[in-house]
Design a binder for this molecule. Sequence first.
Ligand SMILES: [Zn+2]
Length: 126
Amino acid sequence: MTTLAAPGFGLRCAACGTKVSIDTALSWRCPNAQAMDRHHVLHIDAPIAPLRAVEHPNPFASFRSYLAWDAFAAAHGLDDAARVALIEELDAKVALVAGVGFRTTPYGRADELSDALGFTSLVVCG
Ligand SMILES: [Zn+2]
């Protein structure tokens, strides 16, 4: 499966609006930034809504289509499988050092906690 970065995914300066192509290497700051003017910060210029994750235990993989590095890698020819493999390889190295890799925090209703806090009944107003 090959998934390329979304069309129009790029970077835009918060101060002057300069657009920087996502395939630009080392695009850490706006090309118009000066040593005494640090307001030229690049932001991701791509829609984030609706935010949808793909199924993967690692949040860097599940939300990769919203990350600049993923768009950069896609722009330079890495297909989706290669990008996911890179995430998994780096995650394994983090796990070797930290004991655990990156994982999406599970959330959901915890009945025992809800009971203890008195949140057992659903109240619908309207
Ligand atoms: Zn700028």
